[in-house]
Design a protein around this ligand. Sequence first.
Ligand code: AMP
Ligand code: MG
Length: 414
Amino acid sequence: MKNTETKAVDCCASPGLISVEQAIEKILSQAVPLDETETVDILDALNRVLAEDLHSSIDVPGYDNSAMDGYAVRSVDCQAEANELPISQRIAAGQVGLPLEPGTAARIFTGAPIPEGADAVVMQELCQQDDDMVVVNTVVKAGSNVRRAGEDIKNGSVVLQAGKRLRAQELGLLASVGLAEFKVRRKLKVAIFFTGDEIIAPGQPLAAGQIYNSNRYTLRGLLQSVGCEIIDLGIVPDTLEATVDVLNEAAASADLVITSGGVSVGEEDYVRIALQQLGELSMWRIAMKPGKPVAFGKVGDTLFMGLPGNPVSVFVTFLLFARGLILKMQGAEDYLAKRVSVIADFDWPKIKRQEYLRVRLLQKDGQMVAQIYPHQGSGVLSSASWANGLVEVAMDSEIKKGDAVSYLAFEGLL
Ligand code: AMP
Ligand code: MG
């Protein structure tokens, strides 16, 4: 049953803010990996998480083959500076040659099987061909330019383990051993809605006081990049009743609900109150900038994450909190964001919150330096588009140009 009554909520209380690290720990501790799986075609497997260890039933390469366009030889026949050999056969990729007669060379092309008896390939640039003869102008070492059968993958070996999130290179790897379908975890169902009487969909004309719902597109793109099924419940007016209704619907249909806006302390912020009515709020305010108000809790078995309304805050808090939660719930082994050390190319004052600055990493004097976007407001979405990552500034720490700072690359997170 829906409960739309307003409980007494002390909206002005200011409990201590928790740190980003504590928030991440708390959120991840609630993430129970899905155990349902489904079989997918390799063409639909990008960004999915593997649910089984996959073995190869072949060697890759499957046979010794040439790494070059050139001549297959017996190395013993090519121990002088110049070695003249008759060309006894021609082997293109896709063909299988005859055993190589001693004292001869086979014209061979990249990927073609090495003929029996040959133990090396000489690249054509080191040879001179004249009709049916070739002069090999180098001393040849056994094994050179030969790709050995099984040198990449051995028949019977594990190619990828369960828990691996499939990127383009994993799809290529699985195709290389002939796998066309396999088991992945089912997609996490994420219901989303957007609060705010001021927001409207792009494509419509703006009336006075309105803004476009940019968060919808940021959030949908982020969710797609982590392989979720999206249940988009659209824009919700700023009333408690509407918020409770949509939250109920969202929680009933999804594994996780993510919202934007309405989690602050304004009189028009109903998301947190609705969550407290229907379920439980386990965490609310985080000592970070942008993005202080992030609500986390549960409605029944469905987890809930209420992101702030400001567009940059949505982007940053998703990357820090929602991404790891989603990846862990989808059974991915590797769900923690990685930081690297870079050099700051700017000064920055200390504040009482951990900050996430939008920066662009550049090569300068042989070092990777971070340049800052001049306007760091939480509504300035251009900063996130301009940037290629975030510099994480710990609470109470000042940055001076030339300092080593912690950097999170968007590339590693999307
Ligand atoms: P709120 O947390 O609801 O007070 O929203 C904070 C700020 O974010 C306000 O300036 C809102 O207008 C803006 N905002 C909220 N939702 C969206 C949205 N979906 N797209 C763009 N801006 C939004
Ligand atoms: Mg609002």
